[in-house]
Design a protein around this ligand. Structure first.
Ligand code: SF4
Length: 456
C-alpha cells in the first residue's frame, strides 16, 4: 500500500460535479482466465460508477495493471507492463497476484501510485477514487445485465470458487489467494443464466481446483427460485448442462467423483472435455510436487472414462525438469503419455518461483539445458499423439462453434477445443457464418493441432 493510501479522498465520497466529462481509466489485464475474471469485476465496478475505459495510458486519469505472479516469466511480463504504463502515466495502480510482492515492485518502481494484492477490489476502487472522483449517476444504467466481459460475446468464463486448499510444492497461489472459498450454487447459476440470456453460447467453468467446489461450504444448498441446489461439483455441472449452451470444465483434478461427471458428458449434458493439470506421471515427482487427487491409477481411470464416453477430449499441462526429476522419471512420463494418449497437452519448464516450498525440498535442480532437451522430447511426442488423434476425426461430422468469420470462411472449435489454448477448425463455407453460431461441419483433413473442414 502507498503511504497516502490511508487518506481517503473527499472527492471520492462526493463524486464529480454534474455535467463533468466521465473520467477515463486505462486497463491492462495479464495472466490466466481467473485473473481475467477479476479484471472483469473491476471493470464492471468502474463502469457502474461512471468511469470510461480508454485504450491509451496517456491522458487517462489512472492506469490499472492487473498482474500475474505465477512464474518468473509472468512476473517479468508484469513488471514490463508496469514500466510501460509508468512511462506514460503518473498514476499507476498495480493489483493482481504480483501485487502481493509489494517490495519487489517498489524496488523497481518506487513512485507507483498504489499497489494492492489479488482480488482486493475495494482497495483498487479506493485508489481509483483517490486518483479521480467517480461520475456516479444512478439515473444512468451504465452496465449491461451480464456485466462487462473481456471475452467475445459468445463465450464467457464462469468462476465458481477462489483460492485452494491444496499445497502443491511448486505453487504460491494458496499464499496469494488463500484457501478455497466457493460461491453458493444459486449464485453461480444466476450468473450463468444472465450470461446465456445475453447471448453467451459457451460457459467455461474455472477455479483453482474445480473438483473441490463446495467442500468449504460443506456442499450447502442455496435456493434458485423454487429449488434448492447443493454446492457440489456434479450437481452444479448437471445444472449448467441444463441451460442449453456448451459447458466446459477446466482445472479438474482426478478425484474419485470425477467419474460421475463423465456420465453427464456421455449423456451429452456437458461437453466431453476435461482439463486436468496432471503436471507429471512419475510417482516420486508427484509426491515431491504434493499433487492432489489419486494420481497413481490415472491410466486405468482414463481408460474407464474413455470407455464410458468415447468422444472425451483430455487436455493437460505438465511441468518438466522439476527438482530431482531423473531420466527415469522423465522416461516414465513419456511412456505414460504414450499410453494415456492425451489429446491436448501443454508443458512448462520448471521455474523456481520465489516463495514456493519446492525450493526448500533439498532436491537437485535440473540443468536448464537438460530441461530444454526434455521439453523438446516431450512436445515432439505430444505433437505426434495430437496429430494421430486428430487424423481419426477426418471424414466425421462434428459440431463447431464459430469464433471468427468472413464471407467464405470461418474459424471455430469443436466440443474438444477450448478457446485460446486448444486447436482450431478452419471452415470453408458456401454461406456466410456468424460468430457464435454452432454449425455442423465435415472434417476434410487434419494437421498436428488443427482440423480443416467444410460446413454442411
Ligand atoms: S491445486 Fe496446486 S497448483 Fe493448483 S492452485 Fe492449488 S496449490 Fe496451486
Amino acid at each position: 500500500m502507498a503511504p497516502d493510501q490511508t487518506k481517503k479522498s473527499a472527492a471520492s465520497v462526493n463524486g464529480a460535479p454534474r455535467g463533468a466529462p466521465a473520467p477515463k481509466i486505462s486497463f491492462v489485464s495479464l495472466g490466466c482466465p481467473k485473473a481475467l475474471v477479476d479484471s472483469e469485476q473491476i471493470l464492471n465496478r468502474l463502469r457502474a460508477e461512471g468511469y470510461e475505459l480508454t485504450r491509451t495510458h496517456q491522458g487517462a486519469a489512472a492506469v490499472i495493471v492487473n498482474t500475474c505472479g505465477f512464474l518468473d516469466s509472468a512476473k517479468a511480463e508484469s513488471l514490463a507492463a508496469i514500466g510501460a504504463a509508468a512511462a506514460e502515466n503518473g498514476k499507476i495502480i498495480v493489483t493482481g497476484c504480483m501485487g502481493a510482492e509489494q517490495d519487489s515492485i517498489r524496488a523497481k518502481f518506487p513512485d507507483l501510485f498504489w499497489i494492492t494484492g489479488p482480488q482486493d477490489f475495494d482497495s483498487v476502487m479506493e485508489a481509483v477514487h483517490t486518483a479521480v472522483a467517480p461520475l456516479h449517476n444512478p439515473l444512468f444504467d451504465l452496465l449491461p445485465p451480464q456485466g462487462i466481459k473481456l471475452t467475445p460475446r459468445h463465450y464467457a468464463y464462469l468462476k465458481i470458487s477462489e483460492g485452494c486448499n491444496n499445497r502443491c510444492s511448486f505453487c504460491i497461489i494458496p499464499k496469494l489467494r488463500g484457501d478455497l472459498v466457493s460461491r453458493p450454487a444459486a449464485d453461480v447459476l444466476r450468473e450463468a443464466e444472465t450470461l446465456v440470456a445475453a447471448g453467451v453460447k459457451e460457459l467455461l467453468v474455472i477455479s483453482q481446483d474445480t473438483g473441490a467446489y463446495g467442500l468449504d461450504l460443506k456442499y450447502a444448498e442455496s435456493r434458485l427460485r423454487d429449488r434448492a441446489i447443493r454446492a457440489k461439483f456434479v450437481d452444479l455441472a448437471r445444472e449448467l448442462g441444463s441451460l442449453g449452451v456448451w459447458a466446459r470444465l477446466h482445472y479438474v483434478y482426478p478425484y474419485p467423483h470425477v467419474d460421475d461427471v463423465i456420465e453427464l458428458m456421455a449423456e451429452g449434458k456437458i461437453l466431453p472435455y476435461l482439463d486436468i493439470p496432471f503436471q507429471h506421471a512419475s510417482p516420486s515427482v508427484l509426491r515431491a510436487m504434493k499433487r492432489p487427487g489419486d494420481q497413481e491409477k490415472t491410466l486405468e481411470r482414463i481408460g474407464k472414462w474413455r470407455a464410458l464416453c468415447p468422444d472425451l477430449t483430455l487436455r493437460s499441462t505438465f511441468i518438466l525438469g522439476f527438482p530431482g526429476e531423473t531420466e527415469e522419471d522423465f522416461q516414465f512420463l513419456l511412456d505414460w503419455l504414450a499410453e494415456a494418449k492425451l489429446d491436448r497437452v501443454g508443458a512448462f519448464k520448471y521455474e523456481p518461483v520465489e516463495g514456493a516450498p519446492a525450493n526448500d525440498l533439498g532436491l537437485a535442480p535440473v540443468d536448464p539445458q537438460l530441461q530444454e532437451i526434455r521439453y523438446r522430447r516431450f512436445m515432439e511426442l505430444s505433437r505426434a499423439i495430437s496429430a494421430r488423434r486428430l487424423k481419426d476425426k477426418v471424414g466425421k461430422r462434428m459440431s463447431v462453434i464459430v469464433d471468427q468469420a468472413t464471407a467464405r470462411s470461418a474459424e471455430g472449435r469443436t466440443k474438444g477445443d477450448a478457446p485460446e489454448i486448444d486447436g482450431k477448425v478452419h471452415i470453408a463455407s458456401r454461406r456466410p457464418l456468424r460468430v457464435g453460431e454452432i454449425v455442423t461441419v465435415k472434417i476434410d483433413s487434419s494437421d498436428a493441432y488443427d482440423l480443416h473442414a467444410t460446413a454442411v
